[in-house]
Design a protein around this ligand. Structure first.
Ligand code: ADP
Ligand code: TRP
Length: 345
């Protein structure tokens, strides 16, 4: 399974709800493309989800759906190490180790924490109201996910680049400490932690939602990836438009309908529809119909595979168990190496 020349690509998705189109283009699709050239390690970040999902039934349903989602969109568990974060306890040991190398000030600067504090201040609340330590230390757990597997690249959406940079900072603090003290015995010990790089897919870095803001579960503006055809049409019909009439020429790139269309249509289809926008004579309703057509064309086979996987839970469990075993054998080696470096054998 492990071939030493190939670089490692690693990414995780939090099972906090149903997968949506933003997750597909921003996270899953680019990650799957990388499996052709990288040694890939992809996982379900279930402990990250616990910060917000405290309903046990909902969390376990989300875990199954996100797992099935990866498989339905084309992840091959024979080629990719595919696992749940919670199946790799070494992750949590590494997170504890990394805490000793992470300044509190670094965590204070994390966007998600800062946004929570800002929202509290605006409401006149205590700055830390509703902030749990899982949220505050989120970047440390994520750094552990990444560093445990000697990841070279981390395919993520733009919003996650700060977290990857924090993983770099934490790894450098660790490496610097032991390099100075000359604690290295072997070449691998000297290496310490590999420094990862975020890989953002530029042309789909931010997928717009129904209201034109970034598509996100938290904005209630998302189009689910696997919803049934009828629902898909309903979501598309809810896309917010301006008040331009049918006859008016329209700027294709000024509308999230066209931005979404571009994700699903061929270059020829895009050029042809952009011309129709500019000519005038095409209303928003028609533009939405065109979007539905190309979206449903790409999503139908994914939806069918997803439904088939969800209908066979034993098979899904077996796939995840197999992935967990592979992941743990890699993780155990890393922890042995790191324990040796820090002096805890
Ligand atoms: P949400 O914002 O809906 O809660 P998550 O934070 O769970 O989504 O995101 C999971 C992955 O999908 C991350 O890698 C994130 O960068 C990516 N992602 C989420 N929404 C979008 C979007 N609208 N455009 C591009 N990528 C996205
Ligand atoms: N924080 C990521 C998100 O919100 C999920 C995640 C957890 C992740 N651990 C990771 C992504 C490690 C990449 C690498 O989407």
């Amino acid at each position: 399974m492990e071939t030493s020349e190939k670089k490692v690509s690693l990414t995780g998705i939090k099972p906090t709800g149903n997968l949506h189109i933003g997750n597909y283009f921003g996270a899953i699709k680019p990650a799957l493309e990388l499996t052709k050239t990288y040694e890939a390690r992809y996982f379900i970040a279930d402990y990250h989800a616990l910060n917000t999902v405290k309903d046990a039934a909902a969390l376990s349903a989300n875990i199954r759906e996100v797992s099935a989602g990866w498989l339905a969109t084309g992840l091959d568990p024979e080629k990719v190490v595919f696992y749940r974060q919670s199946s790799v306890p070494e992750t949590f040991e590494l997170a504890t180790l990394l805490m000793g190398f992470t300044s509190k000030g670094l965590m204070n600067r994390a966007h998600a924490y800062k946004a929570a504090v800002q929202a509290n201040l605006e409401k006149g609340n205590d700055p830390d109201a509703g902030v749990n330590m899982g949220l505050f230390t989120y970047p440390i757990l994520m750094a552990a996910d990444i560093l445990l597997f000697d990841s070279d690249v981390v395919p993520v959406g733009e919003d996650q680049t700060q977290h990857v940079e924090m993983a770099q900072d934490i790894a450098e603090a660790f490496n610097f400490n032991y390099a100075r003290k000359g604690g290295a015995h072997t070449e691998e010990d000297r290496l310490g932690l590999k420094i990862p790089t975020a890989l953002v897919r530029e042309n789909a870095a931010v997928v717009p939602g129904l209201d034109g803001r970034k598509m996100s579960k938290s904005y209630n503006n998302a189009i689910p990836l696997f919803c049934e055809e009828k629902q898909l049409r309903k979501f598309i019909m809810r896309i917010v438009t301006n008040s331009q009439g049918v006859e008016e020429p329209k700027d294709p790139n000024g509308s999230q309908i066209f931005l979404l269309y571009k994700l699903f249509a061929s270059a020829e289809e895009q050029a042809a529809l952009a011309a129709r926008y500019r000519e005038g004579g095409m209303g928003w309703g028609q533009a939405k119909e065109e979007l539905f057509r190309v979206m449903n064309r790409e999503l139908t086979p994914l939806r069918e595979r997803f439904n088939a996987i969800m209908a066979n839970p034993a098979q899904l469990d077996a796939t995840l168990a197999q992935g967990a075993e592979k992941a743990r054998s890699i993780a155990a080696k890393t922890m042995k190496r790191l324990r040796n470096i820090i002096g805890i054998q």
